[in-house]
Design a protein around this ligand. Structure first.
Ligand SMILES: [Zn+2]
Length: 462
């Protein structure tokens, strides 16, 4: 068995249709040469010349695109433990289980073609530790931008437990007043969070008294004051980290934009003042997390009165309209759908791309750029990943079929023939390959070739 140093590992993906993620029209009959973890050439098929010692993958009739970014990822959440009673997140679900869920969700992300994930709130600081394990090669997972526990106010979203219960600090971190929010930000950043997640608004599901212990944190409620948000946002900036906010009402959006919060989630309701601020102080990105609300609207809650009162159908329609307008004024929009919540399991991530195309009327090409290039900006890694260009990291998908004709093929794991991260193949057709799986391993390479080109003779040139 041959063995070549990591930096010399060479792969040639031959004769593909290339969607490079920049938004440019696809290039047909294109070959991509990879050396080590980088793209070293992109040319017309046959023009690469001699690329000695390269393993060649015949990708004719297939589409090649960048690995995707899931921009609202809760790796610690899973549907087994999410019963709909949100307090279960902290009370019933042990941290040990959350870690297992996180490892499984990371493997799922790779299988689905997501080579990068951005945390959007993390129980027990799990994002950070899972990232350490992936970076050390203990198991195979996506690139992770780790998020913090979720900062809220007393009685705000994620402070579910009644005050007479013993304090359980899993997901929510309570801070009241600007001094406490500043301290909470320092605390989570000290623990390794790159994204500091806050809850300036409530949510539709917490209307009235439908939950046994957690009352009246409806979406309209101003859970955090401007001063609380402002003091936190400035501290996060001083540490050169990123802030992310759950904003289901316009007051939250206004306060967060004015305070310079980097990532606005949802942005469902907007006033003229919000639109003005979007133009004057654009955030790094907006992530509507459409998947979560779409699924809520397509589930039977078993309580029609409650489902109607929660008004997620109205919210979805308003959010879709806002995304169309935000896109027009040049705000960077990213897909990422809050998967892992009750009855919305991990693995459905690419549903968000379908919703962008079918409901927001974005073109499939721009939607793919939102999931790749825009995601890389959110990760502040736009020079390294997000598009397939010379010198960039080889985070590459090979697809059976054309996602520009049918964006839903990205939801079908059996149509994702190859998921490459950092020049290494990490998953194929819905199966992950072990972390030490390497293109230099002849047996594994032959296996991959049979998966991608069934019935064809291997074209290995050594
Ligand atoms: Zn979320």
């Amino acid at each position: 068995m041959s063995s070549r140093p990591e930096q010399e590992r060479r792969v040639l993906i031959n004769d593909a249709t290339l969607i490079d993620g920049t938004g440019k029209e696809p290039l047909r009959n294109t070959s991509i040469a990879i050396q080590g973890d980088r793209i070293v050439a992109i040319r017309k098929a046959g023009e690469i010349g001699s690329f000695a010692h390269a393993k060649t993958i015949d990708a004719s009739g297939k589409t090649v695109m960048p690995g995707m970014v899931e921009s609202h990822f809760h790796m610690f959440l899973d549907t087994e433990y999410a019963t709909g009673a949100q307090s279960d997140i902290d009370i019933a679900r042990p941290a040990q289980w959350m870690i297992l869920s996180a490892v499984r969700a990371c493997a799922m992300a790779l299988k689905c073609g997501y080579t990068s994930v951005v945390g959007a709130g993390s129980g027990h600081n799990i994002d950070f530790w899972v990232k350490q394990a992936v970076d050390k090669g203990i198991f195979s997972g996506p690139r992770i931008i780790p998020s913090s526990r979720e900062i809220t106010s007393t009685g705000g979203y994620t402070d579910w437990a009644p005050s007479w219960w013993p304090k359980v600090e899993g997901l929510g971190l309570v801070a009241d007043g600007p001094l406490e929010t500043l301290k909470a930000a320092r605390k989570v950043m000290k623990d390794g969070a790159q994204i500091v997640k806050i809850y300036p608004s409530g949510d539709g599901g917490f209307i009235g008294n439908y939950h046994q212990y957690f009352h009246d944190c409806r979406r309209e409620r101003e859970v955090m004051t401007f001063d609380e948000i402002d003091s936190l946002a400035k501290e996060v900036k001083r540490w050169d980290r990123l802030s992310m906010a759950h904003c289901r009402n316009s007051t939250a959006v206004r306060n967060c934009l004015a305070a310079g919060i980097n990532i606005i989630n949802h942005s469902s309701y907007l006033t003229d003042e919000c639109w003005q601020l979007y133009k004057e102080k654009p955030p790094l990105a907006v992530c509507p997390a459409l998947g979560f609300v779409w699924h809520l609207n397509h589930q039977d809650w078993g309580n029609p009165e409650y489902q109607k009162a929660a008004a997620y159908e109205e919210e979805y329609a308003s959010c879709v309209e806002n995304m169309q307008k935000l896109n027009k004024i040049g705000i960077r929009i990213v897909p990422g759908g809050d998967y892992g919540q009750s009855d919305i399991p991990h693995g459905l991530y690419a549903k968000d791309l379908e919703l962008f195309v079918k409901d927001c009327n974005f073109s499939p090409l721009e939607t793919i750029s939102m999931a790749t290039k825009n995601g890389s900006y959110l990760m502040r890694m736009e020079k390294e990943i997000g598009t397939l260009e010379l010198g960039k990291k080889a985070d590459i998908l090979i697809l059976e079929g054309d996602p520009l004709q049918d964006i839903t093929i990205l939801q079908d794991r059996t149509k994702i023939s190859m998921v490459m991260k950092d020049g290494k193949v990490v998953a194929s057709k819905g199966k992950t390959l072990s972390s030490d799986w390497d293109m230099l391993d002849e047996d594994n390479f032959e296996l991959l070739k049979r998966i991608i080109n069934p019935g064809e003779r291997a074209m290995v040139s050594l």
